[in-house]
Design a protein. Sequence first.
Length: 160
Amino acid sequence: MNTWTIIAIIAATFVVMEGVAWATHKYVMHGFLWHLHADHHKKDHYGFLERNDSFFLIFAVPSMALFAVGSYQGLHTPWLWIGLGILVYGIAYFFVHEVFIHQRIKWLRNTKSPYFLGIRKAHKIHHKHLGKEDGECFGMLWVPLKYFREARKALSNQAN
């Protein structure tokens, strides 16, 4: 397998993972596993970790399994590279959701990027619903364009 094929597999997996994460968030976290996700929607969090943090296993276990299968079958199969794409998405999730949006680690606070501000606004809209019903904006990296437009407009108003 050549380098460009490997990069394409990793990138395609990353893109697909946004759809998987969206569906998991909407239908699993806000569905039958709400009892694990509910603490994430409470205004008062108890401690640094939440029950919601256990969802990393939903994505980590398949990634680890694909690493194992890919290591066993060899680099000529796609499994290792799909596992890596899932891992890269998980790392992006950590930095965007945990660090940037929820500020669990106080980095990346002040941004002037319409993209990042749009993501933050969409997530705030998602959290205005404290129950599992009536949710919106379930994605992490792809959110409705109106939030990016609002962020761009707000930044241009600040500049004037």
